[in-house]
Design a protein around this ligand. Structure first.
Ligand code: SF4
Length: 157
């Protein structure tokens, strides 16, 4: 995750451009699992989007935190992500039924706040879901995938 005050965005851009070139080179280092090429394509889209998001300081993609992902702390409080402190509910108050909590009014309020505030950040995990669950992104991922097709991958360490 990038925190703008700590990061030289130009260096970040140079690093991700280099990774891009290496992945599209003759012997790309790629993950070694089924659909690894698709994951690499999504990574390429994601890194550029993270850079642009932080450069423009604004949301470029809707965030699905609190919609298809959530995090829970050690006392059962559920949050949309690790960054926002807006509690969607405590799992113990919903008889440990996550579905009930997820459909509560409080959870709706948190999701509405994320949407209405156009919340943005550079949290990689959420970019994964925000890209893979957003059909509008499939064209970009497919474009990167096609540029990786036919490569002879080496296993990334
Ligand atoms: S944009 Fe970032 S901080 Fe905002 S809800 Fe999504 S993951 Fe959390």
């Amino acid at each position: 995750m990038l925190f703008r005050s700590h990061i030289d965005l130009d260096k970040y851009k140079r690093a991700i451009d280099r990774l891009d070139v290496e992945l599209k080179g003759d012997k790309p280092k790629m993950y070694h699992f089924t659909m690894a090429r698709l994951k690499s394509a999504q990574d390429l889209v994601q890194r550029q989007l993270i850079h642009e998001t932080m450069r423009q300081s604004r949301r470029l993609l809707p965030c699905y935190a609190g919609r298809i992902t959530a995090v829970m702390n050690e006392v059962g409080d559920v949050f949309p992500c690790e960054i926002l402190l807006d509690v969607m509910g405590n799992i113990r108050e919903f008889d440990y039924d996550f579905r009930k909590l997820f459909h509560s009014e409080q959870a709706d309020r948190v999701r509405a706040k994320i949407h209405n505030s156009r919340c943005y950040c550079s949290h990689e995990c959420y970019f994964v879901t925000n890209i893979l669950f957003n059909p509008l992104m499939y064209g970009q991922v497919a474009g990167q995938y096609l540029q990786l097709s036919g490569k002879d991958p080496k296993v990334a360490k």
